[in-house]
Design a protein around this ligand. Structure first.
Ligand SMILES: Cc1cc2nc3c(=O)[nH]c(=O)nc-3n(C[C@H](O)[C@H](O)[C@H](O)COP(=O)(O)O)c2cc1C
Ligand code: SF4
Ligand code: SF4
Length: 363
């Protein structure tokens, strides 16, 4: 069994998985299900100084991506302060895990909320989703939180902004950690079977989360990890253990998951933690710490030769052959992979298409 224990801000988490702000942590009852589901730390749904006027409908699933237009918590902050946070604090203490309270958005709003959440928070997370590109409002919000609190202040980045300047500005303003990322957009989805109306309410726009978001958020984590030395929590499109492996290798210290817990239920946290454990075991890594930041020490590949063929592993599935747009691959008389080397453009696609290890990179 690999060691999933994760050190973050002086805490010791049982595993690096936490919910990302959203419906799976919409109130104390839902958070209990996430604790039972196997999270290593609690993150609560974003609150602001007023309840959000959440449009309805506000969620739709398209498998490779998910759209939402949920804004922040539809519950008034008073309900969080009087009912939900006290219950969450008690559950967290019993479970021995920290509580990260998500809040938004402006410095004025944070200055109002921060002293009120103080009794319940082991850390806070500030959403920058609805504040401008200019880093100043974000920095002002960080300073307002730092002024009122003596716990770590994390900043959650949106994936449609340049990550490095924003991360540097956040660290300069005193942020203790970065969460990357929120959902991407605005985007749009059409229900073609019901007259072509938009799927989402409100303005009709939605924000993309789920699997399609992963490469964007992963790039944000990778870029941010190169310019700051505070911990990063990777969020976006995680549905399985190997997604967590990618985020940790890109430089994340822990990860957050929202959409998969909506579509598959909160037991997904434990399942992903077990998949992560198995992957580490299978690849002879003793702990999550062993893979953290590995990609940051890797060279960008250069493909100077065609892929290496291992015909004995080839099942003859033909997947690489049909997608080699340069007509370099074919199956020989034994239905084993073969290549016309002169045709190979060294695009690398076939290596990712083969699920049987019959094609290997030449680098
Ligand atoms: C329905 C829904 C509601 C969300 N609400 C919030 C929110 O209140 N605050 C926030 O910072 N992010 C919110 N998010 C963004 C998620 O926390 C997360 O950053 C994003 O969805 C990417 O992760 P995922 O692909 O695992 O969902 C929400 C996402 C969804 C799908
Ligand atoms: S690397 Fe590209 S061009 Fe070469 S065999 Fe593979 S898919 Fe074809
Ligand atoms: S994808 Fe792999 S198993 Fe399938 S034909 Fe190509 S080399 Fe053989």
């Amino acid at each position: 069994m690999a060691d999933l224990t994760t050190k973050l801000f002086g805490w010791t988490l049982a595993n690096p998985l936490m919910p990302a702000a959203g419906p799976p942590v919409r109130d104390a009852k839902a958070i209990k299900d996430c604790i039972d589901g196997g999270i290593g730390a609690i993150v609560t749904k974003t609150i602001s100084t007023t309840a959000a006027p959440v449009p309805q409908p506000n969620m739709a699933d398209f498998k490779t991506y998910f759209l939402n237009t949920e804004l922040w918590s539809e519950l008034p902050p008073e309900q969080w302060l009087e009912e939900e946070y006290p219950k969450v604090r008690k559950m967290a203490d019993e479970a021995g895990m920290p509580v990260i309270i998500s809040m938004g958005y402006t410095a004025e709003e944070i200055a109002e909320l921060a002293p009120k959440v103080k009794p319940f928070a082991d850390a806070v997370e500030l959403s920058t989703h609805y504040i401008a590109d200019d880093p100043k409002p974000m920095q002002d919000a960080i300073r307002a939180a730092k002024e009122a609190l003596d716990v770590p202040v994390l900043v959650k980045m949106s994936p449609f902004r340049e990550p490095q300047p924003a991360a540097i500005a956040a660290q300069e303003a005193g942020a203790d950690g970065i969460v990357a990322t929120n959902s991407f957009g605005p985007a749009f989805g059409i229900d073609i079977n019901r007259g072509g109306r938009p799927w989402m309410g409100g303005k009709g726009y939605g924000w993309i989360s789920g699997p399609a978001l992963k490469p964007i958020s992963l790039r944000m984590v990778y870029d941010i990890a190169q310019v700051v030395d505070i911990p990063i929590i990777g969020v976006g499109g995680i549905t399985k253990g190997t997604d967590v492996v990618e985020y940790l290798m890109a430089g994340a210290s822990a990860v957050g998951i929202c959409t998969a817990a909506i579509t598959k239920g909160p037991k997904i946290y434990g399942k992903i933690a077990r998949q992560l454990n198995k992957w580490l075991d299978d690849h002879h890594y003793a702990s999550v710490a062993d893979i953290q930041g590995l990609t940051l020490r890797q060279q960008i590949p250069v493909m100077e030769k065609p892929p290496i063929l291992i015909p004995e592993k080839c099942t003859g599935c033909n997947l690489c052959v049909i997608s080699c747009v340069y007509d370099a691959l074919y199956l020989d008389e034994n239905r084993k992979i073969a290549i016309v080397e002169d045709n190979c453009f060294k695009c690398g696609l076939c290596i990712s298409r083969c699920a049987f290890g019959a094609l290997e990179p030449p680098y």
